[in-house]
Design a protein around this ligand. Structure first.
Ligand code: PRX
Length: 635
């Protein structure tokens, strides 16, 4: 029996049982057999969810890039590691072999070192989906610098907040990015952000769109000339198992974004292990995850997990609808993609175009279809299964989070029978629990409640950068001795899990986590606004879209309202990014509040969902009269 590669259901149950009964032995065997260590561990696991503190492979030393690159050079030196598909379909794809990747990562690492970056320093990466993004991530890891990738769709304010939160010294960016038929001036966004980031001393700029940009003397440097003269050799820094590998920000329901800290050894072991099994990855497969490396999916399943397994991982620069809605299928056909991993929002947008476009392409190479980021609705699931997968490629509906680092609940393709809209069974080593509101675990099947995890897994985030108390409060305080996910879930009669959605004030729009508080804060900055409340409402393509209820200091009318709507959305774009724009804005006289002054979002959510038949008892509200007005004027 191989613990590393599960091939049938019985084996899954066997391995799962072992991973739960003897977690130390189980993970030790996986770590022993499949990775390159400079020094082995003294202890596999130490943990206490009360502090909370979790440590995997304590005492071990390694460098994750030696596992992602160096280790493959003898057997896979000429194999494509990263296959870059540009935005423009007429621009040739770039095949970066493991040997080439080794050289490019070393060169980049040497450039960073020459700029004074050393182990433990934070480096911000604000780069579009071009090879330099993956290479800069690996270059940081090579020298032990902690990378903080910020999705290159975030605004300058959002970027500045993230840079300052973890005191980045250096930022890597590009002159701009291509997105379909548009270009985005990234460098000017960076310039704007840096006005409020005094800690950043160096900006390294990749030339991508060849636009005119301003370079600030003494701070900004073009990357290419530095790479040209840098050595292609370099020793990897020796890292301790629990040294931070990266910080990645995720929205919380309140306050500023949370810098989730992932550490080295456990993250590596778990992402590699889950990649191998969740995608049933085999040596000559061509794997494509359509996510951006700016999100956790890209970190774990474009860069680290695939490369640790010596896989070929596609990086796509563009968007699904450029030059037309057949682009994804064109890429699958062109590169004979075997595993395809995308988000329900993309599936819904493509399904809306009908099936004819898909049928024009040869998708016979596909073996596994993945879905991630939000619940996949039944209709989208069937379209994906029938039209894209021709009912022969299992759908891996994978549930996980930025905080979990790797896939937590998902079927193993060709092993676990799938069921539409169900993430099915816990991954090896994952021990979920469904809790009721009283804090009791609901044992057995056919239960529904809040989803927690009751035992550590190797790739869990260890803390929030500079704010361990917030980490404890957010994830370990709702239920005793449990990690609380923020999601609701049910377990059906055979033990399959279905994620029912967020139970906190996070709304998932097109697969992106958006906290309501930061958006409300942005709206409230508008001088005409008294207060606001954001809720989600179901949307055909985005899954959820945002509905804003806004109370003005002075009620305006008609055209003024239209202008205000534009201004409010502009403020949100400036403060957060276009992904957080509101689909609907309703101006209200007041917002329903409890007697303690808390906004009753439950009522607002129902109104936005156009389900006002059962609003519950509104008489206990401080201002019940406003509810009727809000219903009457709902959009
Ligand atoms: O609500 C869950 C939803 O996305 C949240 C995590 O978002 P993020 O940290 O951005 O990571 C997304 C990519 C891993 C979860 O708390 N979510 C993610 N995958 C699924 C999902 N909801 C339902 N089904 C999924 N497969």
């Amino acid at each position: 029996m191989s613990n590393y590669h599960i091939k049938h259901l019985e084996e899954y149950y066997q391995v799962y049982r072992k991973s739960v009964r003897e977690p130390d032995n189980f993970w030790e065997e996986v770590a022993e057999e499949h990775f390159l260590w400079r020094k082995k561990w003294d202890k596999v696991l130490e943990w206490d969810f009360k502090i909370p503190e979790v440590s995997w492979f304590q005492g071990a030393q390694l460098n994750i890039t030696e596992n992602c690159i160096d280790r493959h050079l003898t057997t896979r030196g000429d194999k494509t590691a990263i296959l870059f598909e540009p935005n423009n379909p007429d621009e040739p794809a770039e095949h970066i072999s493991y040997r080439e990747l080794y050289k490019r990562v070393n060169k980049f690492a040497n450039v960073l070192k020459a700029q004074g970056i050393k182990k433990g320093d934070r480096v911000c990466i604000y780069v579009p989906m071009i090879p330099e993004l993956a290479i800069s991530v690996l270059a940081c890891a090579r020298i032990g610098a902690i990378h903080s990738v910020v999705f290159a769709g975030f605004s300058s304010t959002a970027l500045a907040t993230r840079i300052n939160d973890c005191d980045c010294k250096l930022i890597i960016t590009a002159d701009g990015s291509f997105r379909g038929d548009k270009t985005i001036d990234l460098k000017s966004i960076v310039d704007e952000a840096l006005v409020s980031c005094p800690g950043v001393k160096t900006v390294l700029v990749v030339k991508r769109i060849h636009s005119e940009i301003t370079m600030k003397a003494g701070r900004d440097l073009w990357l290419q000339p530095l790479l040209d003269t840098a050595s292609a050799e370099g020793k990897a820094e020796v890292m301790d198992a629990e040294d931070p590998l990266f910080i990645l920000y995720t929205s919380g329901s309140t306050g500023k974004p949370k810098g989730m800290v992932h550490t080295t050894a456990g993250y590596m072991v778990y992402t590699a292990y889950t990649f191998k099994n969740a995608f049933q990855y085999k040596e000559n497969d061509v794997y494509w995850c359509t996510a951006d490396i700016g999100w956790i999916t890209g970190h774990s399943y474009i860069v680290y997990g695939p490369l640790c397994n010596g896989a070929t991982s596609i990086m796509f620069e563009g968007v699904p609808h450029y030059p037309d809605f057949g682009r994804f299928w064109d890429i699958v056909q062109k590169h004979k993609v075997t595993q395809f991993y995308t988000a329900p929002t993309a599936i819904r947008a493509l399904a809306k175009q009908g099936s004819e476009l898909v049928e024009q392409y040869d998708l016979s190479s596909l073996k596994v279809l993945g879905s991630v980021g939000e619940p996949i609705n039944e209709e989208a699931w069937h379209w994906y299964n029938d039209v894209v997968g021709k009912k022969k490629s299992p759908i891996i509906d994978s549930w996980w989070q930025t905080e979990t680092g790797g896939i937590m609940i998902a079927p193993i393709p060709y092993v676990t029978p799938t069921k539409p809209t169900y993430a099915t069974l816990p991954f090896i080593g994952v021990q979920p629990a469904i809790m009721n509101e009283l804090g009791e675990e609901l044992k057995g099947n056919q239960v529904e409640g809040r989803l927690c995890i009751k035992f550590p897994w190797p790739s869990m985030a260890r803390t929030i950068w500079n704010n361990h108390q917030r980490y404890k409060d957010t994830y370990f305080s709702s239920f005793e001795n449990m990690y609380f996910t923020g999601d609701g879930a049910l377990r059906d009669e055979v033990g399959y899990y279905r994620i029912t959605g967020r139970v906190d004030d996070v709304i998932i729009v097109s697969g992106h986590n958006l906290g309501t508080a930061p958006i409300e804060d942005a709206i409230n900055e508008h001088p005409a606004v008294a207060e606001s409340a954001i809720v989600g409402f179901p949307h055909d393509i985005k899954g959820f879209a945002l509905y804003g209820y806004v109370t003005l200091k002075d009620a305006g009318e008609g055209r003024i309202h239209d202008n205000l709507r534009k201004e409010i959305n502009q403020l949100i774009t400036d403060r957060i990014g276009p992904i957080a724009k509101l689909d609907k804005i309703q101006f209200t006289q007041g917002l329903p509040k409890t007697r303690s002054g808390k906004i009753m979002r439950r009522i607002l959510r129902k109104i936005a969902e156009k389900d006002t038949s059962n609003l519950g008892d509104t008489s206990t509200l401080l201002n019940p009269e406003c509810v009727k007005d809000i219903i009457d004027q709902a959009i």
